[in-house]
Design a protein around this ligand. Structure first.
Ligand SMILES: C[S@@+](CC[C@H](N)C(=O)[O-])C[C@H]1O[C@@H](n2cnc3c(N)ncnc32)[C@H](O)[C@@H]1O
Length: 264
C-alpha cells in the first residue's frame, strides 16, 4: 500500500522502528509531544496520524497556532498501519519523528545567566525524567542534564515531558562536571531546610535517583545540601515533585530569573 510521497506501509513502519534506535532522531508519541515540538522549532521529518477529524478537532481546540504546520506535515495512514508505529500507539493518534538537537555542554555549563541547571543523577523512571523536563521548561530552567543509563530523549521521557525537551537543552552527561562558575546544590532530604535565599544565581541543582537518592560523591562535592521540609512520617517526595518544588521556590523568590521569550 502506498501513501503520499510514495511511501509504503512497510517502509513507514521500518522508519519508525529504526528511529527508536537512532541517536540522531527521536520519536514523538501523541498530540502534546508533537504540538510542543512544533512550537519550539523541532525539525520534524515525518508525522503520521490515523484520524483526520479527531486531529483537526484537537488542534482547533488546543493548539490553533500549530494548525498550519501540522496540516503541512501530517500524512494520514490507515488505523492498522498506525498501530504498528509504536509499541503502545498514542490515544491521540498522532506520532512523529524529529531530529534530536545537539547540545553544547560547555555553553550550558559556562554560559551566563541566573537560571539554574537541573542535574538528575541516574533517574530510573522515564516518566519522572520527562516530568522533570516538563517543569524545568515551564519554570525557565537553563537546562536538564542526566547521568546514568537512561536516555533522556527516550520516547517515554518525551511523552512524560509532553515534548518540552525542545524548549531547553536536555542531554546525558558522563558524570558531574568540574564546575568553574556555578555552585552545586545537593537537593537532599537530610540537608538544611530550604529558604529561597539559599538558591544562588546560576546554581546546578542536583537531584538523586528514585530509590537511592544522591550518591556520596555528589553529596561530598556539593557546596550545600538543601531539604524540602516534610511532615514527620513522610520519607521523601517523588523526584519530579521535588524538582518542581525547588524550581518554583526559586521563581517565586523573584531573584532576577527571567523567563525565556515565547517562541516566534
Ligand atoms: C524519591 S527521592 C529519593 C529518596 C531516597 N530514598 C533518599 O533518601 O534520598 C528522589 C530525589 O528527590 C529529591 N527529594 C525528594 N524529597 C526530598 C526532600 N524532602 N528534600 C530534598 N530533596 C528531596 C532528592 O534529590 C532525592 O534524591
Amino acid at each position: 500500500m502506498a501513501f503520499a510521497g510514495g511511501r509504503s506501509a512497510k517502509d513507514l513502519i521500518e522508519r519508525f522502528r529504526h528511529a527508536r534506535q537512532d541517536r540522531g532522531r527521536v520519536v514523538l508519541e501523541g498530540f502534546h509531544a508533537v504540538k510542543h515540538a512544533l512550537r519550539f522549532h523541532a525539525e520534524i521529518e515525518h508525522a503520521c496520524a490515523s484520524d483526520r477529524t479527531a486531529l483537526e478537532a484537537l488542534t482547533g481546540r488546543l493548539a490553533p497556532d500549530v494548525q498550519s504546520a501540522l496540516t503541512r506535515l501530517v500524512r494520514f495512514v490507515p488505523r492498522l498501519v498506525f498501530a504498528e508505529l509504536a509499541p503502545v500507539p498514542p490515544d491521540t493518534s498522532v506520532i512523529a519523528i524529529a531530529r534530536r538537537p545537539s547540545v553544547d555542554l560547555s555553553a550550558v555549563f559556562d554560559g551566563p545567566g541566573a537560571a539554574p541547571i537541573v542535574l538528575l543523577e541516574a533517574p530510573a523512571h522515564l516518566g519522572n525524567l520527562g516530568a522533570a523536563v516538563r517543569v524545568a521548561a515551564a519554570a525557565g530552567a537553563a537546562a536538564v542534564v542526566t547521568t546514568g543509563p537512561r536516555d533522556p530523549w527516550h520516547p517515554a521521557a518525551l511523552r512524560g515531558a509532553a515534548g518540552l525537551h525542545f524548549a531547553l537543552p536536555v542531554a546525558a552527561i558522563e558524570g558531574v562536571p568540574a564546575l568553574r562558575h556555578r555552585p552545586l546544590l545537593a537537593i537532599h532530604p537530610d540537608g538544611e531546610c530550604l529558604r529561597p535565599d539559599m538558591l544562588p544565581d546560576g546554581a546546578v541543582l542536583a537531584f538523586g535517583s528514585e530509590r537511592r537518592g544522591l550518591s556520596d560523591g555528589v553529596l561530598a562535592a556539593a557546596d550545600r545540601q538543601i531539604a524540602l521540609p516534610m511532615r514527620p512520617g513522610v520519607s521523601s517526595l517523588n523526584l519530579a515533585s521535588a524538582v518542581a518544588a525547588v524550581l518554583y521556590a526559586w521563581r517565586l523568590a523573584g531573584r532576577g530569573w527571567h523567563l525565556p521569550q515565547p517562541p516566534d
